[in-house]
Design a protein around this ligand. Sequence first.
Ligand code: UDP
Length: 244
Amino acid sequence: MNEKIELIKDGKRLDGRRFDEIRDISMKVGVLKKASGSAYIEWGKNKVLAGVYGPRELHPKFLQNPTRALLRCTYNLAPFSVDDRKKPGPDRRSVEISKVTAEALESVVMVERYPNTVIDVFMEVLQADAGTRCVGLTAASLALADAGIPMKDLVSACAAGKVDGEIVVDLMKEEDNYGECDLPLAVIPRKNEVVLLQMDGKLTREEFDKTYRLALNGAMKVYEMQKETLKARIEHIMGEDNGY
Ligand code: UDP
């Protein structure tokens, strides 16, 4: 996949988006009956499911921490989620994404409320088209909220990068593959605090500032959608005939 393709034509991207336009996103929570909390996001061609189990007692016991819960994240790219079948099971990439996701979520989840326990967060990528770590993190944060686990805020994520010399938001697969740089970002929106920032490629200082601003803007839009999704879920539950 190394031959160069034209990613920007007449000021538009391959899928017709403007440089500052994120892909279409739809979100749902409470999609899994047996999980403590769950969320499903379609973000462009990405499809990601997140499920939370816990908090529950952590085993083996020597892993327990009497001052806090262990927040354990597992990111998995399904074998059928990409063009070239992905070998099932963990690899370096999934271990890295699981780790940075846990670190990002630890900034908001009140882990000190649940000593000696584990909170398991699973992110299953069913279909991938670049930006899956941002989608996974966004879904995981919604699933934790759906599980009723106390959090200081949500975590919202979006990437931006450089494609054919232009700074654009929310890269899709072709842009990620053939572009010059991809910069995924996750924030705690209310505090404007960065909890994940990675960069694959090179940018000048000015380009970095612009890319960062675009990604932040994207994450803020995602935050609004997350809040709407949770509000709609609560209204739905309140409106249900529960026998009272
Ligand atoms: N990808 C793939 N096979 C793999 C890993 C990744 O086809 O084994 C694709 C997938 O579409 C993914 C994209 O490459 O979304 C970009 O991957 P990256 O590691 O940059 O993470 P992401 O952008 O998804 O967070």
